[in-house]
Design a protein around this ligand. Sequence first.
Ligand code: SAM
Length: 197
Amino acid sequence: MSRFVLKDTYFKKAKQDGYRARSAYKLKEIQTKFHLVKKGDRVLDLGCAPGSFLQVLSEIVGSEGSVVGIDILPTRPLPSKNVVALTRNILDPGLEELLTSHAPHGFDVVTCDIAPNLSGIKEVDDKNVRDIYDAVRQVVAASLRREGGLVLKSFFSENLKGIQNDLKRLFKTVSIFKPAASRSVSSEIYFVCLGKK
Ligand SMILES: C[S@@+](CC[C@H](N)C(=O)[O-])C[C@H]1O[C@@H](n2cnc3c(N)ncnc32)[C@H](O)[C@@H]1O
């Protein structure tokens, strides 16, 4: 199937199924393969706008679970009672305290689909990507419970091996997964990390 047909297929499907973005199907594929999120879980979603991961996560965790989303842009409110979306830059100080107030015992799973805004200036963009990774790592260290899981979007252009090795220090297993719903021309991949040490 050509990438245009593929794009059209997921775009149309998202519209039909009521998801805010095609990204919903990337998370669904990850969930089907890795069974990361469970009913009743508390999940943190970094880079949540417009909200399709939140929609999928809300369905999985159900009424006994909860989902907290964070994005630098406002997320249009979702009707689900188990979801709250906060407008925050993950690079800003004070995030840890805010997250603790939402999940005092830590989150069971963190998902991060952040796509940093790129300037086209390599040094600036590399620094931005590194800063975001460091912020995510800090959130994971402070707010993800022991044995918890992480889904982290990354790009081939980044220091993939370095990130993978770093994640292996934090988690028992670290896999790299490219969902079919991800455009083949995109260099994005997802790290799926299980069992926080
Ligand atoms: C690909 S979109 C996420 C799509 C989302 N997973 C969904 O399913 O609807 C990437 C998001 O990362 C957010 N983002 C970029 N830099 C950020 C930062 N420093 N802090 C928080 N969010 C950020 C962008 O605003 C954007 O909404």
